[in-house]
Design a protein around this ligand. Structure first.
Ligand code: KG4
Ligand code: ZN
Length: 332
């Protein structure tokens, strides 16, 4: 089955072609340069940029895959969650192509896409597993008992982990996106230099919270300004270590409680080396298996959307032309 995936939920315009699970092409056009000066994604600018580049991006994905629209078996497109104006661009293109060429169409949940990124390369997770989805817009743990089945286990009660990286980077003047910038600077810092607080919940829920941490970093920065490069590196390393500790501890705790001994780490923040290493260590200590997509499939891409869409198309799922964008779209 040859499937074209289209992803425009945030600030990456992406298209990819998958043939029986193998990646034939994977084109990602990032808008980082546009949003960088604002320290975060500006929705209106994002949708305008998607409009400008979506057709060339799709064209390139088809060309590189050496397939025409008529040669496709289906089109998968992100329907939510995300920025509505951005989602609508990808949806309109997907619906237009599907209608004109009489192709099966399916809408994909962006978070399900991140989970399917875990299936793009070996080692693939086997069911049941826990998916720790950490991105700029979402931070949650899902139990995945069988293909296309999800149960929400825990989630952030405020900011997403990637959002915390972006906000802390902004307040340190390190630029956008914040995750890679903080990770780079943190390499020269001491993760134990500053004891930032880790949110605890009375009910012991495997939930996350990052806004208190962000406030603590902001207070530290204000109290110690101007910061020397050495202190900035220590702030980055200590902040990153606190985020990593919270993500890993709560995920492992959920695994123990549910008796699920396998973890898939995915989403943009899964590109973080410290997080990957800490999860690997925690899983090894308990005899759990773990996996994560290679770095380029952690952040937003359309191969993961095509992969999830292919699974849904194979099950006979079809969307009609009323398929619409949804800013919020629960996975479970
Ligand atoms: O999955 P993604 O590309 O888009 C969303 O669905 O949100 O994730 C983007 C987020 C941004 O917040 C970015 O700062 C973060 O992932 N990120 C990282 C790293 N690379 C990207 N966070 C920490 N360390 C990284 N290396
Ligand atoms: Zn994403």
């Amino acid at each position: 089955m040859i499937v074209l995936g289209i992803e425009t939920s945030c600030d990456e315009t992406a298209a990819a072609v998958l043939a029986d699970g193998a990646i034939r092409s994977n084109v990602v056009m990032s808008q980082d340069a546009i949003h960088g000066r604002y320290g975060g994604v500006v929705p209106e600018l994002a949708s305008r940029r998607h409009l400008e580049v979506v057709l060339p991006v799709v064209r390139r994905a088809l060309d590189e895959a050496e397939v025409g629209l008529a040669g496709l078996d289906g089109i998968a497109v992100t329907a939510g969650p995300g920025l509505v104006g951005s989602l609508l661009v990808g949806l309109s293109v997907a619906k237009g192509f599907a209608y004109v060429h009489g192709l099966p169409l399916v809408g994909v949940n962006h978070l399900e896409g991140h989970i399917f990124a875990g299936f793009l390369a070996e080692p693939r997770p086997s069911y049941p597993f826990l998916a720790l989805v950490v991105s700029g817009g979402h931070t949650a743990v899902y139990a995945c008992p069988a293909p296309l089945e999800y149960a929400l286990v825990g989630r952030t009660r405020d900011d997403a982990a990637g959002e915390a990286f972006d906000k802390v980077s902004k307040l340190l003047g390190l630029g956008y996106p914040g995750g890679p910038a903080i990770e780079r600077v943190a390499r020269d810092g001491d993760p134990q230099a500053i004891a930032f607080p880790m949110a605890q919940f009375q009910d012991q829920a495997p939930d996350f919270s990052f806004s208190g941490l962000k406030t603590a970093v902001s207070q530290f920065v204000r109290r110690h300004a101007p910061l020397s490069p050495v202190v900035v590196a220590d702030v980055c390393a200590s902040f990153q270590a606190t985020v990593v500790k919270m993500l890993v501890r709560r995920t492992i705790r959920a695994g123990v409680r549910l008796g699920i001994r396998q973890v898939l780490l995915t989403g943009g923040v899964a590109a973080n080396r410290a997080l990957r290493d800490a999860l690997a260590l925690a899983c090894a200590e308990r005899g759990y298996a773990w996996s994560a997509p290679s770095l380029r499939f952690c952040t937003d891409n359309a191969a993961m959307i095509a992969a999830a869409g292919a699974a849904r198309l194979a099950r006979g799922e079809r969307a009609d032309l009323t398929l619409n964008a949804r800013a919020t779209l629960p996975l479970a």
